[in-house]
Ligand binder design. Sequence first.
Ligand code: ZN
Length: 159
Amino acid sequence: MTIQQNSVVGINYTLKNDGGEVLDTSEGREALYYLHGNGNLIIGLEEELLGKAKGDKLNVIVQPEKGYGIKDEQLIQDVPLSAFGGQEVEAGMTFTAQNEQGMQMFTVAAVHGDTVTVDANHPLAGQTLHFDVEIVEVREATPDEIAHGHVHGIGGFEH
Ligand code: ZN
């Protein structure tokens, strides 16, 4: 069968950036299982997987618009160092903070004296993503999986 809306799909993948640096990979782990068409994967990858079958290998380049989005300058802000409660703060560190939208993760972009520039964009926002994907399984979803919007059993939720 081929991948369509609500197929359960297992993939092995490696994600690289424009520079060829590996950002994430399923190598050495179990395959990633997801329910197709439910927003579990970035849209640019789902679009290319649609209609493919078990055993297919593909190389997918995803532009930021269909990946983790474009960097939103409004999510880059300066905050006082004192807001970190005396912790050591260095560029590249990640923190979580509570705000109106709930828990938010941000990255320290820079530290200038008593001012810390923080970036709440997704770490992969603005990046072109290069995926090597191998499809290792395609099956029909159960009614429960469709109702929950995710995979159960191997590679999925146990509940
Ligand atoms: Zn469930």
